[in-house]
Write a protein that binds this ligand. Structure first.
Ligand code: NAD
Ligand code: MG
Length: 388
């Protein structure tokens, strides 16, 4: 394959868990991919290292105070250096990349991802918050600008893979699997005392701090239900969640004949990242192969909605539509941040989200501007509850 046929990849959030794993995938497939853009928020040291190794066309550091250091470290190269929030959208507007890895965490990923969609780029979407906040607008634009959205979130990648070849066959329901996180089986009297470091220890996956806490509270699965609604055009009652502690079945689709397809494998994010980068091709790799004989027991149980109330709140938001999920997401981002700073307890996360959802006025069909306003109002309200 000639040089010019390589897919040019823009990694938004290159210093994170998704971003670094995407670079690993690219490293082992240098004949197929090259790096065009790298962006990071505060970790300029790692961004410099990545830039010198992968020689992108452009890099962006979110934190403007790090600009000079980044610029001088890359002065012997012809890499373009930018800083600040606006620059993320500006580089997303470049013509010179083919695939965007949307690997920024949280609401901050929405604007650059939308810009990539408006450019008609293929979006390898890890940043689920983009769809939670404004899924209707993002999916409408994806159709309008013919931007394929290929999920990176492992559950949604599983469903996406199960749907290949099924374009004419309606989905009866999907079954999202959840590991249950580090506190599976625990009750509120235990959770009331858990601390940040314990909550960050996920049994099956090594991930960024925010999604690790979301996995511990089950908010992550709620966000994923909303993500699935938009990605696969489903009604709330077509989306089920089942706890599957081994995380071997990554999710399932049930069709109208009752047949269920599952996608399986070891829990390793490199697989869905590689699938999204290679799509529609599957790339050969030497990742460990799953062995059924070593896993004689795959188990399933109902989620405990009484204990993990965040999942119930997300289901409420899913059912309500409008700006509810945007508000839920904003309050959750503030509450998780406060928990990570040891400012509030684990169960307070739910209280902050619930009170914020009750307080912010409901809007049935928000414009993009109104989503931004709801996000801001919810953040302010949640912060006032925590007395930040
Ligand atoms: P992370 O915290 O490890 O990395 C986040 C990245 O985003 C970093 O590069 C950081 O510099 C950048 N970033 C953070 N705040 C920013 C801001 N305000 N502006 C610009 N850039 C900012 O997070 P992660 O675990 O890699 O998760 C990234 C996204 O992927 C999240 O939406 C998460 O839900 C989703 N996801 C992650 C995993 C996983 O295994 N880590 C799995 C599924 C989905
Ligand atoms: Mg997931």
């Amino acid at each position: 394959m000639g040089e010019t046929l390589k897919k040019r990849v823009a990694i938004f959030g290159s210093t994170g868990s998704i971003g670094t794993q995407a670079l690993d995938v690219i490293s082992t497939n240098k004949d197929l991919f090259e790096v065009e853009i790298l962006t990071a928020h505060t970790n300029e040291e790692l961004l410099i290292k990545q830039a010198l190794e992968y020689k992108p066309n452009a890099v962006v550091i979110g934190d403007e105070s790090k600009y000079e250091k980044l610029k001088s470290a890359l002065s012997s190269t012809d890499i373009k250096v930018f800083a600040g929030e606006k620059a993320l959208e500006e580089v997303a507007d470049f013509d010179t990349y083919d695939v965007m890895i949307a690997g920024i965490v949280g609401f901050a990923g929405l604007k650059p991802t939308l810009k990539g969609v408006e450019k008609g780029k293929t979006i390898a979407l890890a940043n689920k918050e983009t769809l939670v906040v404004a899924g209707d607008i993002v999916m409408k634009k994806a159709v309008e600008y013919r931007a394929p959205i290929v999920p990176v979130d492992s559950e949604h990648s599983a469903i996406f893979q199960c749907l290949i070849g099924e374009a004419r066959n309606p989905i009866e329901r999907i079954i999202l699997t959840a590991s249950g996180g580090p506190f599976l089986g625990k009750k509120p009297n235990f959770l009331v005392n858990v601390k940040r470091d314990h909550a960050l220890q996920h049994p099956n996956w090594s991930m960024g701090a925010k999604i690790s806490i979301d996995s511990a509270t089950l908010m992550n699965k709620g966000l994923e239900m909303i993500e699935a609604k938009w990605l696969f055009n489903l009604n709330a009652d077509q989306i089920d969640v089942i706890i599957h502690p081994q995380s071997v079945i990554h999710s399932m689709v049930q069709f109208e004949d009752g047949s269920i397809k599952a996608q399986m494998g070891y829990p390793d994010m490199k697989l869905p990242i590689q699938y999204a980068l290679g799509f529609p091709n599957r790339l050969k790799n030497d990742f460990p192969r799953f062995n059924f004989k070593k896993y004689p027991n795959l188990s399933f149980e109902e989620p405990d909605l009484k204990t993990f109330r965040n999942l119930g709140l997300a289901i409420d938001a899913l059912n309500a539509g409008g700006n509810k999920a945007c508000v839920l997401n904003a309050a959750n981002e503030i509450a998780v941040w406060a928990f990570l700073k040891n400012r509030i307890g684990f169960l307070d996360i739910t209280a902050v989200v619930e009170k914020t959802m009750d307080a912010i006025p409901f809007i049935q069909n928000p414009s993009l501007e109104q989503y931004f306003e709801s996000d801001g109002e919810a953040r302010n309200f949640a912060a006032s509850l925590i007395k930040l």
